[in-house]
Write a protein that binds this ligand. Structure first.
Ligand SMILES: NC(=O)c1ccc[n+]([C@@H]2O[C@H](COP(=O)([O-])OP(=O)(O)OC[C@H]3O[C@@H](n4cnc5c(N)ncnc54)[C@H](OP(=O)(O)O)[C@@H]3O)[C@@H](O)[C@H]2O)c1
Length: 337
C-alpha cells in the first residue's frame, strides 16, 4: 500500500540571513519508503511551527544541532499510523513525535508517543498538552516561583507559551500583566483569559505603561521576547525578582549585535535571579508537568487557543507569520483530517 503513496516534503535549501524568506525552503515530492521491522508510517495531521526553528536554520552553536541543508525540516507533528510493522502501534493509533515536515514519516515505533485524542483534540498535544504547555509550566513554576499576590509580567503574552504562563500564574494567585503586539491580543488577554492588565507594546510608551500596570513593581518576569520590551519590564523589578529567560524572539532575525541597557547593576541592587532554560532541562519531570496541565485543562482552569493555517504548502508562511505576530495562541498547520 505504501508504495502507492506520494510524499510531500519541505526542505531547507539555504540558511536565512535576517528574516527567512520562501527562497530558503523547497517544496518537493518523493516516494514513501516501505516500513521495515519495528517501523510505522505516520500520516501528519497537524504540524507545529515554532520560533526556536529559526535558530536551527542557522549554523551557530546552540543547545541543539542545526538543520542540515537539503534535508527535510524536523518539528513537532501529530498524526495517525497508516501502516505498521511494530507490535507496539496499530493502524489508526494517534501519535506525537519530532518528525519531518512531510505528509508521511516512516519511523521506528519507539520514536513516537501514542496519544489519546478522547482526552483532548489531537492538536492540543502540540500546544497546551505538549512542549508548549510544559515550557510554560516549568519555566514559570521552577524558576519564576510566583507567590500569591505577587506581580507576574509575561511578554509574548498572547502567544502559545505566554498565554499559558499568564493563566498558570493566575492559578497560583498572582496578579498578571501581559505584553503583546496588538489591541486584539490585549483584549483577548483581559477579556478571554482574565489577565489583570495587558499592554500593546507596539503603541504604548513602554516604560510608562509597565510602571502604570505594575504599581507594586515586578516580582516575576517571564521573558519570551527580549529587546526593548524586556528593557522596560526590567526597570521595574522588585527585590528578589525572578526572571525565567524562555525566548528572545525580537533578536532571532537580527543581523547586528543587539545592545540594550546593561542589567548587572539592576540585578545586583534587587538581588534578582535571571536564568535561561530550555525545556529539555526538565526531561526527568515531564510526567509531573503533563499531569498538572491535563488536570487544569479538565477543570476548566486553563484555556488554550490555536491559530490554524490549512494546507501543507503553507507551512513556511505559517512559520514566517510567527515573526510578524500573526498568531494568537499556538500556530499550527493542518495538513490532513
Ligand atoms: N526555552 C525553551 O525551551 C522554549 C520552548 C518553547 C518556546 N520558547 C521561546 O518562547 C517564545 C515564545 O514561543 P511560542 O512558541 O509561544 O511562540 P508564540 O509566542 O506563539 O509566537 C511568537 C510571537 O512572538 C511575538 N513576536 C514576534 N516578533 C516579535 C518582536 N520583535 N518583539 C516582540 N514580540 C515578537 C509575536 O506576537 P506579538 O504580536 O505579541 O508581537 C508572535 O506571535 C519564543 O521566543 C520561543 O523561542 C522557548
Amino acid at each position: 500500500m505504501v508504495q502507492t503513496l506520494t510524499n510531500k516534503q519541505i526542505v531547507l535549501v539555504s540558511r536565512p540571513v535576517g528574516m527567512p524568506t520562501n527562497e530558503n525552503f523547497l517544496y518537493r515530492e518523493a516516494p514513501v519508503a516501505e516500513p521495515q521491522d519495528r517501523q510505522v508510517v505516520v500520516q501528519s495531521h497537524y504540524l507545529s511551527v515554532d520560533p526556536y526553528m529559526r535558530g536551527r536554520m542557522s549554523d551557530a552553536k546552540s543547545y541543539i544541532a542545526p538543520y542540515a541543508l537539503n534535508e527535510v525540516i524536523v518539528g513537532g507533528i501529530v498524526g495517525e499510523v497508516v501502516a505498521s510493522k511494530s507490535d507496539k502501534l496499530q493502524v489508526g493509533d494517534k501519535v506525537l513525535g519530532m518528525l519531518g515536515w512531510q505528509i508521511y514519516n516512516v519511523v521506528d515505533a519507539g520514536n513516537v508517543t501514542k496519544v489519546d485524542d478522547s482526552i483532548a483534540p489531537l492538536s492540543a498535544y502540540l500546544s497546551v498538552l505538549g512542549l508548549t504547555g510544559l515550557t510554560a509550566y516549568f519555566g514559570l513554576l521552577d524558576i519564576g516561583q510566583p507567590k500569591e499576590g505577587e506581580t507576574v509580567v509575561v511578554s509574548g503574552a498572547a502567544g502559545a507559551v505566554g498565554m499559558l504562563v499568564g493563566q498558570i500564574a493566575k492559578i497560583k494567585g498572582a496578579r498578571v500583566v501581559g505584553i503583546a503586539g496588538s489591541d486584539e491580543k490585549v483584549a483577548f488577554l483581559k477579556g478571554e483569559l482574565g489577565f489583570d492588565e495587558a499592554i500593546n507594546y507596539k503603541t504604548a510608551n513602554l516604560q510608562e505603561a509597565v510602571a502604570q500596570a505594575c504599581p507594586n513593581g515586578v516580582d516575576v518576569y517571564f521573558d519570551n521576547v527580549g529587546g526593548v520590551v524586556s528593557d522596560a519590564v526590567m526597570s521595574q523589578l522588585n527585590d528578589h525578582a525572578r526572571i525565567p529567560l524562555c525566548g528572545a524572539i525580537s533578536s532571532y532575525n537580527a543581523t547586528d549585535g543587539d545592545l540594550g541597557p546593561r542589567m548587572q547593576t539592576k540585578l545586583i541592587k534587587t538581588r534578582s535571579l535571571m536564568k535561561g532554560f530550555v525545556l529539555s532541562d526538565y526531561a526527568s519531570r515531564m510526567q509531573e508537568g503533563a499531569k498538572a496541565l491535563a488536570q487544569w485543562l479538565s477543570e476548566g482552569k486553563l484555556k488554550y487557543e490555536e491559530t490554524i493555517v490549512e494546507g501543507f504548502e503553507n507551512v513556511p508562511q505559517a512559520f514566517l507569520g510567527l515573526f510578524k505576530g500573526e498568531n494568537i495562541g499556538k500556530q499550527l498547520v493542518k495538513v490532513t483530517e
